[in-house]
Design a protein. Structure first.
Lengths: 246, 201
């Protein structure tokens, strides 16, 4: 049996605004352990009368950054926890967490590639941890990120994606906008479909490992399409963290 | 530790008392699975009891539907933190299935196995006496594939990953073995009221 994953009190050391609805919190952790990209932390909040609730948030940072972890939280307006994390927490505040957790939706350079990452909305967070890790390791593993957002304003980590892809011949980041594309946009402007997957995957060759994360409808559509395109089910790993939409 | 500035969303006491520690209430039906949703045609579907049994037994879809079924309404809790109250199912109790086999006295655990290779372990004592079902209807409708249809195991007193989706049979074994999530750091038992989420909890 593994030792219990203990709760620890992290300190918020930085809060960065990513988009109008999304912030990244940096937590310094006294009992930090290296995560595998794709893993998450559980966050526990306790009210003055002892009422407690928990949620999960993916590690956004690469495990090479020792001692701290970034969590990127999208604010769900009627949510119990995400508005607290985004709007109430400030540098200097404490936050109770435990992790890293999860052993299937994980990728590190030892698994190799080619790597196909498909994200919708905040589903891009664990995929970013994979790309940051890949960059930190300077691993020339072919990788594609296909990232679906409602609009350009909602794209998380946009400038960092551009920087990562710039000067890395093996990485391509492809956006699709499902509601509003920016003026002059010539790229994809629709939900992810088999034709789009086919185009993005074309140059990746055989043996692709894919990781799909986002709202349930996106994950269902994309993972079914990838299997129909011939990827073995064991190479299509999924994580769903939006509402069901049904 | 009290979280500065956190008060939480309050529910009536009769709801709050039904939420295991750390869980929150949902009214929709979230989906959790590690990979793509399998789609097995019903004419190729079967359900098998095997392992430490006198002789294994299998049902086709049609013969499974002819088994005496039971409606049941239960609260379910997912390790990803949501709890859904009063979910309505129709299915066959594991007690009913066990009338068709002789289970060896050495059997102590059950490994449920599913399309797509998913497995999960449950103590035999927690599968009997009305504690576990193979369900094929949810909310008076055929169980949707994303939620585990055509049929899934439902063991409502354990975290919902124990309620194997797309279940195709039960293997009776004499010792405990980790299934899919259990070998990836999740708890061997998974009681939400004891918050047995991860290995070592
Ligand atoms: C393994 C895992 C990893 C996760 N990683 C992240 C992450 O990195 N970043 C992140 O922002 N979230 C992540 N989530 C989701 C997160 O755990 C919470 O579910 C989310 O922040 C909403 O919590 P809340 O308390 O604000 O809303 P709740 O009070 O729980 O829900 C309020 C309402 O919003 C709906 N809702 C819940 N989630 C969403 C959503 N994503 N979009 C739209 N509506 C929603 C609910 O159905 C409900 O009706 C992850 C979830 C899991 C299971």
């Amino acid at each position: 049996m593994q030792p219990a994953l203990e709760w620890q009190v992290g300190e918020v050391t930085r809060v960065r605004t990513e988009t109008p609805r999304t912030k990244t919190l940096t937590l310094a952790l006294p009992k930090w352990m290296a995560h595998r990209p794709g893993q998450h932390y559980d966050v526990s909040l306790t009210a003055p009368d002892g009422y407690r609730t928990e949620r999960s948030y993916s590690a956004a940072s690469e495990p090479e950054r020792a001692g701290e972890v970034d969590l990127t939280v999208e604010r769900i307006d009627d949510g119990e926890v995400s508005p607290y994390l985004d709007d109430v927490l400030m540098p200097g505040d404490q936050l109770e967490v435990r992790g890293p957790i999860g052993g299937y939706f994980v990728w590190d350079v030892s698994l190799g590639g080619p790597l196909l990452l498909i994200g919708g909305g905040s589903g891009v967070v664990p995929l970013m941890a994979m790309l940051r890790h890949r960059a930190a390791q300077k691993a020339p593993i072919p990788a594609r990120l296909l990232y679906s957002s409602r609009s350009a304003q909602e794209v998380i980590y946009r400038t960092e994606f551009e920087r990562l892809a710039d000067g890395d011949g093996e990485l391509e980041v492809v956006f699709t906008f499902t509601r509003h594309a920016p003026p002059g946009w010539t790229g994809y402007q629709r939900r992810i479909d088999p034709a789009m997957l086919d185009e993005v995957m074309q140059s990746l060759g055989n043996g692709v490992r894919s990781y799909v994360c986002g709202p349930t409808l996106l994950v269902e559509a994309v993972s079914n399409a990838l299997v129909a395109m011939g990827l073995p089910a064991g190479r299509v790993r999924t994580e769903r963290f939006g509402p069901t939409g049904t | 530790m009290i979280s500065r500035g956190f008060f939480g969303r309050r529910r009536p006491a009769e709801v709050e008392n039904r939420l295991p520690p750390g869980q929150y209430l949902v009214t929709d039906f979230p989906v959790l699975s590690a990979g793509p949703t399998p789609h097995t045609p019903l004419d190729r579907w079967s359900f098998t009891l095997e392992g430490l049994v006198g002789s294994p037994v299998s049902w086709s879809w049609d013969s499974f539907l002819k088994l005496p079924s039971q409606a049941f309404t239960v609260d379910i809790s997912c390790v990803t933190k949501w709890t859904k109250l009063g979910t309505k199912w129709l299915g066959v109790s594991v007690d009913t299935l066990l009338q068709s086999v002789h289970v060896d006295g050495t059997a102590r655990y059950v490994m449920a196995f599913s399309d797509g290779g998913y497995t999960t372990n449950v103590p035999l004592a927690e599968m009997v006496n009305g504690q576990a079902f193979i369900a094929y209807q949810f909310d008076d409708k055929p169980l949707a594939a994303v939620h585990g249809g055509p049929a899934r195991l439902v063991v409502p007193h354990l975290y919902f990953w124990k309620s194997a989706k797309w279940v195709r049979g039960l293997r009776f074994i004499d010792h405990d073995e980790p299934g899919f999530w259990e070998s990836l750091g999740y708890n061997m038992h998974g009681d939400p009221w004891k918050e047995e989420r991860y290995s070592g909890d």
